[in-house]
Design a protein around this ligand. Structure first.
Ligand SMILES: C[S@@+](CC[C@H](N)C(=O)[O-])C[C@H]1O[C@@H](n2cnc3c(N)ncnc32)[C@H](O)[C@@H]1O
Length: 216
């Protein structure tokens, strides 16, 4: 029933400018922290079938050939169990994978009878969990980057405001929040977030900090 009620439209590298910000600005200092023994946590909240999370994983992997040795994890959550199962499988129709630049497609997908499958080392970077964003969140630690894009458009204004505040609270100092092209975070007196690009927000940096997510 949830699948019938929700819109799961997604694409690889949707709103590509966010992935450019990741590549050029957000990830390099986080990778340096991970290489110094710190941990880095990224959350795709309202992940649909995982194309957003795997796009993040591809950007990460391109920046870090040592990725599998670093304490960097991507959590992908969605209310829809069908989407979560698809994300775990990591198998996509050829047409969906066309949106991935060819050089990445060749590197990170392998053909199967059902479609193109994300290769195992990349699948292993992402954990999929069912989660209704309106419910209490089981994750104990903070995130360095949160993608919550094209999700709150279905929420009433009060619920949107509540979610932005909860997402802000879930960020480490210096953490990034990426929202959808038609969404805006209300930056009133209660929010410490600052605009950091198109539909991109960031908390002020409080210096190096080791995040403490405990969701795996
Ligand atoms: C339009 S898709 C966006 C997917 C991806 N973030 C993107 O931008 O490509 C919206 C997703 O939000 C999920 N969603 C809607 N309400 C939710 C809720 N209350 N908690 C968690 N996920 C929700 C839907 O199941 C759907 O997969």
């Amino acid at each position: 029933m949830i699948s019938a009620l929700t819109t799961n439209v997604t694409h690889f590298f949707r709103e590509n400018h966010h992935f450019e910000t990741l590549r050029t600005t957000a990830l390099p200092p986080l990778l340096a922290r991970a290489r110094a023994g710190g941990r880095v946590r990224i959350w795709s909240a309202g992940s649909s079938n995982g194309q957003e999370a795997y796009s993040i994983a591809m950007v990460l992997s391109e920046l870090a050939s040592d990725l599998t040795r670093l304490d960097i994890r991507i959590l992908a959550t969605d209310i829809d169990p069908v989407m979560i199962a698809r994300g775990c499988d990591g198998i996509y129709e050829d047409a969906a994978v066309e949106a991935v630049p060819q050089v990445l497609r060749r590197k990170y997908f392998e053909p199967t009878a059902e479609g193109q499958r994300v290769i195992k080392p990349l699948r292993d970077c992402v954990s999929f969990r069912e989660l209704n964003l309106h419910d209490p969140w089981p994750m104990k630690g903070q995130f360095d980057i949160i993608f919550c894009r094209n999700v709150v458009i279905y929420f009433d204004p009060e619920a949107q405001q509540r979610l932005w505040q909860r997402l802000e609270n879930a960020l480490n100092p210096g953490g990034w929040l990426f929202v959808g092209h038609s969404e805006r975070v209300t930056l009133d007196g209660t929010s410490a977030l600052k605009t950091a690009g198109i539909t991109t927000y960031r908390l002020p940096d409080a210096g190096p900090k080791d995040g403490g997510s405990q969701w795996h």
